[in-house]
Each structure stands twice: as structure tokens, then as C-alpha cells.
Design a protein around this ligand. Sequence first.
Ligand code: ADP
Ligand code: GLC
Length: 470
Amino acid sequence: MEVIHVSAECYPVAKAGGLGDVVGALPKYQHQAGHIAKVVMPMYQTKFLNTHEWDVVHKGYTNLGNWWFIYTIIKERHNTLGFDLYLVDINGLLDRERIYGYDDDSARFISFQIAVVDWLSSWKHHPDVIHVHDHQAALIPFMIKHTYRYQQLRDIPTVLTIHNAEYQGWLGWDKSYFIPAWDTWKSGLLEWNNSINALACGIRCAWKVTTVSRSYLEELRGSANGLEALFEYEKGKCTGILNGIDTKVWDPETDRYIENHFNVKSRSGGKAENKKLLCERFALDEKKPLISFIGRLVGEKGADLLPAAIGDSFYYIGRKMNFLILGSGSPVIVENLEKARTLSEGDCSIYIGYDETLSHLIYAGSDFILMPSRVEPCGLNQMYAMRYGTIPIVRNTGGLKDTVRDFGEPDGYGIRFNNAIVGDITQAVWRAVQLYDDPVLMDELRRRMMRLDFSWESSMKHYLDLYASL
Ligand code: ADP
Ligand code: GLC
């Protein structure tokens, strides 16, 4: 099969979160399984762009409303990532340093999608599937099915994977001229709550829709940032397929970002060495349990609860643990975390920013990883943590629910709590501190987790079956 993945992110070219990790891994495993997997993404100004060799494969001329632009498709010459990687260059619009966060993001991602479809319409053959990821690519199923210009593509099967339904790509009707002309009686497909909603449109127009875990799909029918009724209505074409992790990138035995390698057999020494390094760097006490958080500092991740949960943990449990936070996001959360750090007298450290290398050391050197997410479609952090023998403390939601079993259950290994509230987090921290005082059990849980299989092999098979069903 020939599959074209269309996405705003792909690791290691450009990544803001888990979307990048997934699009950097799934096609690689599909390619290894004997299929042709191609990834098409915007050409941002990244280090990867400047350190690799590229061939121009296509140049085209198209329009976003009345703005006509030239786009160029370039391909990475040596297939370094294990699949064919194509970048779409639109001068002045996509070639910027950041992926998101510009005022003209709608224009940027709609132009990107138009360029992709325009390029595909110049091909002499049709791919077997176009697999689009999140709202930045979710208008493609509509464009190929209902716009006059791209009618020749209308029979290509499409799959939309929803990594996060909180972000939907809203666009006022005054900007509807961005989208190439379509049958006006199909306008309802674009509309949700009086505006154009790219994700809602993708859910209606894609042949199949997947979410990145089963529990998340169930939850979306009750809570989907306004799209609940649509998920209920379209449930027949939706499937939950759990993400895998790239076990080549995330392997404590070979990880290129850490110095002290270890495996399930050498776990206790290996983890201790990494913890020592981490604690030295952040002036933490290596004898105390280290509870870390990595992620976007936003409400969705429950990051706003961290400052109070840290304060309450010290108050009610005592200074028996250390906290380490790596993340960036809301300035209010950052300010509150700074206050919590000041009050912690050295038992809490924070690093504001994005640092891939540090994240690997944190997975390797921490005892626990805390994820108090309000919404977690899948979550990769807990799976990376477990592969590095780090016990996840997670809220019972979405993909966290599907991947973490509480150590109080038979064959369990993690810590789960029910509500995204300070009291539940503090209680879970208390359980972690108790557990840390039992080194034999800690070690057994590490052994269990490190043996779990979260690789892409089985998830990838589900995607291949889904494509075949189209
Ligand atoms: P999401 O995509 O919702 O942010 P995931 O758990 O799926 O959450 O994936 C997050 C990915 O981003 C992981 O690879 C995690 O290690 C990484 N990450 C998040 N924040 C940071 C940060 N500040 N520095 C380095 N890596 C980060
Ligand atoms: C999203 C979700 C996260 C998921 C990731 C990859 O960013 O928030 O839970 O793991 O996509 O699918």
C-alpha cells in the first residue's frame, strides 16, 4: 500500500508534542512492514532542514482566495528517517522558526493543505490512502471530495487521526474564500456553531476517523470541546487505536541523549546513576523520591494544579520528596510554579523551556512521572517513563487509563487517581512516598514496567487493517 501522511509535525524535523513523535514513528514502521509510507509537512526553518540534503520534486502555482502563490515540494535525498519525507515550501508563510502561534496560522495551514492537494492532483497515479493528522490537515478530505478543482482525487480513501480534539481549527465564514470553490449546498459539512470548523469537517468527510486511544473515543461522546453530538452521530466510522512508541529512539540501553545506559537487568544501578546526574544538575537530594513532570504548562495537562499540589504535599506529607518540572506554556502557571519553587527551600526545581535532551534524562533519572491531565487522548510520557523504569502517577483518563494499571491491582505497576484536583494528586504523591520506602516492591514494579510492550508493531497492524478495509 502507498500511504501519504499529512501533518504539521514530524520528529525529528519539527515537534511540539506527541503528534510529532507519532508521525515520526508510525510511517517508519509501515515502511519496514513493506509498505510505501510518505510524510508531507510544512517546511519550517529548522535545524533538520539546514543539515540535510534536499531535491526539488515539484513546483506549483495556486491560490488562497485572491492571493496567488508558488509552492515547492522538496524531498529529503537519503531517506534518513526510514520513510519518504516531503516538505512544502511556501515563501513567507511556512518558512518560519516556530510551528504554531502566529496570527495567520489559519492562512498558513490552509495554504499548506491546498498545496498538498494541488501537488497530489499532478500525480499520474493515486495513492491508496491519504492519512491526515489533526485539524491542520483535516480539510483535505473535504477539499478532495467537494471542491470543483480537485474532483479527480475524490475517490482516494481518507483517514483522519485525532490526536487532540481540544484544538479544532476554527475559521470565520468571512474567510471561507480561503478554501477552493465548492458546491455551496455542501457548506453544512464545513460548519459547526456558526463558523467553519476544520476538525468537524474532517470527521464528517474522512472515510474513517481514529482517535489515539479507545477510552478517549468513549470520552469524546461526553466531552469534546463542543463536538460531543458529532462524535455520537459519527461513532460508526470511529475507532480508537492506541499509539505506540518508537522503541529505537526511546531505549534506555542505546538512548543517544543519556550517558548512563541500562536495561531491565541493570535497572537499579542504571537508574541510580541517572538520578545522581539529574539531582546534581538541579541541586536536589538524591535520597528522596524524585517526582517529575514533563509537558505543556496548560490546563489540559493539569499543570495549573501543580503549584498547589506541591505546596500541599510538603505541608501534609512533609519534606520527604523532591519535584522537578520541565515545561513551557501559560505565564500564569509559570509564575505560580516559581512561587512554589521559592517556598520549597530546594525541594522543587523547575526548568521552563523545551529541551529534548533533558527530557530523556528526566525519564531515565526520576522515580516517578506525574501526569494529572484533565484531557489525555493518549499520552506518550507515561509510556516513555515506563520503558525507563519510572513509575507513572496518572489521572484515570483517556490513554492514561488504557496504559497504566494501578499497583494495587493484580500485576499492576503504576499509581492512578480519579480526579484532576489538588487533593487527589496529593494523595497519589503520598502513595508514591510510601512505595519508595519499600525498595523491593519498587524494584519489582520497575521490572514489570520495563518488560511491557508499547511498541508500534501491534498498533501499526490496526492501521493497516483499517486501510485495507477501505
Ligand atoms: P502532548 O502531545 O499532548 O503534548 P504527549 O504525552 O503525547 O503530549 O507527548 C509529549 C511529548 O513532548 C513527549 O515526547 C514529551 O517528552 C515531549 N515534551 C513535552 N514538553 C517538553 C519539554 N518542555 N521539553 C522536552 N520535551 C517535551
Ligand atoms: C496529542 C495528545 C496526546 C497524544 C499525542 C499523540 O498531542 O494531547 O495525548 O499522546 O497527541 O497522539
